[in-house]
Design a protein around this ligand. Structure first.
Ligand code: AMP
Length: 420
């Protein structure tokens, strides 16, 4: 299939051509005709599948008939709600590219930065608004933004919006828009809470599912390192010095973890940037730009701060902490190995995180290969085997002995020095 088969007009096709897209991705092939037919759509697709263009292109096409409205007479006709600022910015960047040869314009509003410049742009008149929920409601309250002309509402990364506690905000935003509108909902995962939420907001929605994504994520070369928690940093340094090359995204569970790891890596001469929720918007954008422009090759991030961000050409994902939700693991490793490129994930699992591995393996439907040949190995095999065999006290004792042995290994302590 070609973009020209999708009923898109010449100005859009020209912009697509300039982006060097050869063919529409699966989500685009399935979603664009439905949006053009003015259907409500629920689409399960992750970042990296081309989902932004899957809604941006048909929205621009649908709004095209009134594109010549005077700038001052412009009402906001399409609203895209995004959970994170970076994602909102990225969506606006894509709208800007695709609308290049039209008279339609878009802007983005989000919190963490000054509100006044945003007010000015809105007052000048925009067709398409991309927004995070809090700042959007703030501007609605101040009567700077009027949602009464919305024709199309897009809820992007719906699962993340629910996880971040935006449910009431979204309901409010939905109610501020006219009752009659087209609603499109995109979500990386479809747990029942998202389905339930979608049902309450959409009318007879068409469902689009990109099934191949999960198996694509599992094509990434995955490696599992069992390692005592205090040795994770040494293992990480060793791998970064000797084994891992390229652009690397390291996931940590907490902001503090991100900061600590950053300090250690900086002290050891690595070029590092970080992303977490407590960083100001400018600093976050700065960090992301440096990583994207190859000024640094290591980005350390928490899950929420990095979700939805389009980072291309990622060679490696390191799970410094194992996520306690298996879907998160799939998301994380799915950030590498995209578009036929090779990708590798390294997961560092300490004793207290072992319980999450079983769930993850169930989700990805395979066992993650364990790397035992490293100086800090925990000898997990013995424990895994025992777990299935027995439940008694002896079993527990046996495990704890093994673990201690692994921790106290003199060889590993010696090695520790060598690796530094
Ligand atoms: P998204 O899933 O929307 O975050 O898109 C991921 C990346 O894919 C973005 O950098 C887009 O510019 C790019 N992209 C979107 N559609 C296509 C396409 N049809 N062919 C190649 N790249 C695309």
């Amino acid at each position: 299939m070609h973009f020209s088969d999708l009923d898109l007009n010449k100005p859009l096709l020209k912009a697509i051509f300039e982006k060097n897209y050869e063919t529409p991705t699966e989500i685009q092939q399935k979603t664009i005709p439905l949006v053009l037919a003015k259907k409500d759509v629920i689409a399960s697709a992750q970042t990296g599948t081309g989902k932004t263009a899957a809604f941006a292109l048909p929205i621009l096409q649908l709004l095209f008939h009134q594109q010549n409205a005077n700038k001052k007479q412009k009402n906001i006709r399409a609203l895209i709600v995004s959970p994170t600022r970076e994602l909102a910015q990225q969506i606006n960047d894509e709208f800007t590219d695709y609308s290049k040869y039209t008279n339609l314009n878009s802007t983005v509003v989000y919190g963490g930065v000054s509100i006044d410049p945003q007010k000015k742009v809105i007052k000048k008149g925009v067709d398409i608004l991309i927004a995070t929920p809090g700042r959007l409601l703030d501007l609605c309250k101040q009567e700077i933004i009027d949602l009464s002309s919305i024709e199309i509402l897009v809820l992007d990364e719906a699962d993340l919006m629910l996880d971040m506690g935006f449910i009431d905000d979204i309901k409010k935003i939905h109610s501020l828009c006219p009752a009659e509108k087209q609603v499109l909902l995109f979500s990386a995962t479809m747990p029942s809470k998202v389905v339930h939420f979608a049902k309450s907001l959409l009318t007879n929605p068409e469902i689009v599912e990109i099934i191949s994504k999960k198996s694509e994520a599992t094509k990434v070369k995955q490696l599992l390192y069992y390692v005592p928690k205090p040795n994770k940093i040494e293992l990480c340094l060793q791998l970064l010095r000797n084994t891992i090359k390229g652009n690397i995204l390291i996931f940590r569970r907490t902001r503090k973890g991100v900061d600590n790891l950053e300090q250690t890596l900086l002290k050891n001469g690595f070029k590092v940037e970080t992303l977490h929720g407590e960083k100001s918007q400018n600093l976050r954008q700065n960090a992301l730009n440096k990583f994207k422009n190859n000024e640094v090759n290591i980005l350390i991030a928490t899950d929420v701060a990095s979700r939805g961000i389009d980072i291309e050409d990622l060679d490696v994902v390191i799970n410094f902490d194992i996520p306690n939700v298996s879907e998160t693991y799939v998301h994380r490793i799915g950030r590498t190995g995209r578009a036929g490129k090779k990708g590798t994930s390294y997961s560092f699992c300490s004793i207290d995180e072992k319980k999450y591995i079983a769930d993850i393996q169930k989700t990805i439907k395979k066992a993650i290969p364990i790397v035992e040949d490293h100086p800090f190995a925990l000898k997990p095999k013995v424990k895994t085997k025992d777990k299935t065999k027995g439940k008694g006290k002896d079993h527990k004792k046996k495990n704890s002995t093994n673990t201690k042995k692994g921790r106290k290994s003199a060889a590993s302590k010696k090695n520790k020095k060598r690796w530094y």
